[in-house]
Design a protein around this ligand. Structure first.
Ligand SMILES: [Zn+2]
Length: 88
């Protein structure tokens, strides 16, 4: 499955994950371009009401979270990752 390539750059307020595919049934990470490599989790919020949600890209580690107090937040990962220089 291929789609238009977006620049890796994302604005801080831009969603990290966007639907793609003919039926919008897939989620694509706009940071690293992975499709359907995204895990979503919901847990009861520590706020005492509502739920916290966490959507994470398993490839690059970018995360979107929502919670009843702060609402939506995005934490894009650095992609491509910085090269490691300490390999044997
Ligand atoms: Zn990603």
């Amino acid at each position: 499955m291929t789609g238009p390539q977006l620049p890796a750059h994302t604005e801080p307020d831009d969603p990290i994950f966007a639907v793609c595919g003919p039926d919008g049934a897939s989620l694509r990470c706009r940071v690293c371009g992975a499709v359907d490599e995204i895990v979503a989790d919901e847990v009861p919020s520590m706020a005492g009401y509502g739920e916290d949600t966490c959507t994470r890209c398993t490839r690059c580690g970018s995360v979107e979270t929502t919670d009843p107090i702060f609402g939506w937040r995005a934490k894009p990962a650095t992609w491509p990752p910085a090269p490691e220089h300490d390999q044997p």
